[in-house]
Structures are given as C-alpha cells and as structure tokens.
Design a protein around this ligand. Structure first.
Ligand code: F6R
Ligand code: MG
Ligand code: MG
Length: 364
C-alpha cells in the first residue's frame, strides 16, 4: 500500500486584517476532515500559519486526486462562507474560481503532495509559511539536500552519499528541469538563487525515492493581479538514508531574507516559530514558518510535534527581529521594498497608472 500526504492551504479570511485564522474556522475544517476519515481520507490534522488555513491529509489515492482536492475545496468554501458571515477580513480571498473541475491547482489554494511506500518507520515534517512566496524554500532545500556543511549525512551516511535530484519549476515560463547533485550544484544554484521565478518542486534521492515536495502556486500569475502572497507549504521525509530530522530543521537557524511581508511587497527575515507564535502582527509579519513533525504509520499521523518550539531557535528569532528593525528603517526604499520587476505583481502598478500622464520627456 502506498500512502499519500496532501498538504493543501488557502487564505479564506482572517482576523483582524491578515493576521490569523479564527478558531471557529479551524473547528469547522477539523470537523469536516474528521467526517471524511475512514471514507475519503485515512487521517488529518488542521492548523494555521498566520492567515492561512492548512489541511494535512493522508490517504491512498495518490497526488492530484479529484476526491481529495474536492474535499479541500469544499472545506475552503464552507470556511469562506463562515468567514463571510462573520465579516472576517479577506473572506474567500484565495478561492479565485467557484467552479471546481477536479483539481484545486490553478484555483488559488497552495498544494504540496507526495506518495510513497512507507518504510519501516517514516518521519515526515510539514512546513507551512505565511507572508512569503514558494521560492522561499529554495535556500533551505539546497542546505538540507546539497550542503555537506549542513547535512553531515551527505558525507558520512552511505545511504545518501550519492546525492539528490532537484526538480526545478520555472513559474513564469511553465517549464521544468532536473539537476543532479553534487555534480550539477553550480547549475542548480544558477537558477534557484532567483526564487521569485525558479522554485524547487521536488527532491528525490538518486534511487528515485521521494524526499521533498513543495507548493509552487503563484497567485498573482493565476489571478492576473495582486491577491496577496502565495504563502507556501512543503513536505520533507527524513532519516534512514535521508537527512535526519535535525539536519532538516538546522538551516532554519539562518535568518534568511525572503520576499513578501507587508502587501507582498517587502523583503523581510523568515522567522521560524512555534504554533503559539504563528500569527503575523508586526507590519503584517514578519514572514514566518512553522514545522509540524509526524511519524506516518499505515497512513495514520502520529503527532504532531511543534518542531520550532525549542530554545535552540531563540537566537535566530532574535536575529530575525534585529534584521526586521534594519529593513523596516528603510521604509519605502529598496532593498526593503522589492525591486521594480517584482513590484509588477503588487498593487504599485495601479498607483503608476494614476501618475502616468504627469510624466514629460526630459529632452536632450
Ligand atoms: C500580505 C497581506 C497583507 C495585505 C495588507 C493590505 O500578503 O496579505 O500585508 O497586503 O494588509 O491589505 P488590503 O489591501 O486588503 O488593505
Ligand atoms: Mg489574508
Ligand atoms: Mg497568508
């Protein structure tokens, strides 16, 4: 039997503003998933990161299954209706279309899924972020699966000594490419160092075993206008010939700067937090990430464990706060504000439109 994990998320309304999901929405989603257990799915867990409702589901139906996607879609629709009733902010925001046609991809929600034959014991980590974009995982996936200074196992575990394969998606041109590491490290970095366009979608071990899967949906590209950031999710398998749990979360001790934050228009530090801190407040942020650890056992989710609820991550949080102060002091100036080509996907072009007739030629 193969087990599939589907991690599907959407911002369907929050309070106050874009800061967090209302507990009644979490309850509704959890209840709908419970009702589906034993029928469409095996097990489930519901949580939120900031204003994003996160559905973690296990089943045996593989990736892109219409029944699973329909279940997620129905939950988001029902929760959006509740959010509308309460006049929560941005109610229904990520449901860009109401006509479900078999898959929520391209409709607004973010999707990370992976199907695998369960090993003797299978530790799985689910990462969920708010106020940033899918390419935010690139840096961390590189460190986890390709950097021997992060992952000792790349050097000393014969099970992963051969390295990994990264599947990279070009979200602008809708094309994909695979790179083998360590032999093609520099080619991989040539692309994934530009995370607004090139996004690591999957990582496989050289023998084909799936190790990581991410969401790559870019809302503005789907909707054709700014509708909030894409707030990505990621699933990573661990141990026994894959990076250890501690190797998977170690790169999050680095205060990496990502795009997103206020109005999806600013660079900010990506802060790893425990569940009680998964609420975006300061300047609608800063961008943050949570990680839930599970053992997957015959499709059952044993857990979760709140992985960043650890004093070991206090220092990175303090450094993120310092960086947040430095960047915030720049106000509307780059590099706090995104570069002009990235601002194309925000609300700035609307302001430029208002001013366009005021410009005059300089002449010679
Ligand atoms: C970022 C985000 C928020 C909003 C901001 C303005 O992803 O969702 O920072 O962009 O609160 O929201 P509006 O335009 O709805 O007032
Ligand atoms: Mg929102
Ligand atoms: Mg969000």
């Amino acid at each position: 039997m193969k087990t599939t994990i589907s991690l599907i998320k959407a911002d369907i309304g929050s309070y106050p503003g874009h800061s967090r999901i209302h507990p009644e929405l979490l309850e509704k989603a959890a209840k709908m998933l419970k009702d589906a257990e034993g029928k469409v799915i095996i097990d489930s867990f519901v949580t939120h990161c900031g204003d994003d409702l996160e559905l973690i589901m296990t089943h045996t139906k593989g990736e892109d299954n219409p029944q699973i996607h329909k279940l997620a879609f129905d939950i988001f629709t029902a929760c959006a209706a509740l959010a509308k009733e309460k006049k929560l902010y941005g109610a229904g925001q990520d449901i860009l279309s109401t006509a479900f046609s078999g898959n929520v991809k391209g409709m607004g929600p973010g999707v990370a899924e992976m199907e695998f034959e369960e090993r003797g014991s299978d530790p799985v980590l689910c990462f969920m972020a708010d106020k940033t974009e899918p390419g935010a995982w690139n840096f961390f996936l590189y460190k986890i699966f390709a950097d021997p200074f992060n992952t000792a196992g790349l050097v000393i575990d014969p099970g992963m000594h051969d390295g990994f394969i990264f599947e990279v998606h070009d979200v602008m041109e809708k094309r994909k490419i695979r790179f083998r590491t360590p032999e093609e490290l520099y080619s991989l970095l040539a692309y994934i160092g530009a995370p607004s366009r090139y996004v690591v979608k999957y990582v496989f071990r050289k023998d084909g075993l799936i190790a990581a899967s991410t969401s790559t949906q870019r809302l503005s590209l789907i909707a054709g206008k700014y509708v909030g950031k894409d707030d990505p999710v990621m699933i990573v398998r661990s141990q026994s010939g894959l990076p250890a749990v501690g190797e998977v979360i170690e790169p999050f001790t680095i205060p990496v700067i990502v795009a997103g934050w206020m109005r999806g228009s600013h660079h900010g530090p990506f802060m790893p937090v425990g569940l009680p801190d998964a609420n975006c407040t300061r300047f609608d942020g800063p961008p943050r990430v949570i990680c839930l650890g599970f053992q997957v056992s015959n499709g059952k989710l044993i857990g979760p464990v709140d992985m960043f609820d650890d004093v070991g991550f206090d220092r990175v949080r303090a450094r993120c706060n310092e960086l947040a102060d430095v960047l915030r002091a720049h106000g509307p100036f780059e590099p706090h504000r995104l570069s002009m080509d990235e601002m194309e996907y925000t609300t700035l072009p609307l302001v430029e439109k208002q001013l366009k007739d005021r410009w005059e030629p300089i002449g010679k």
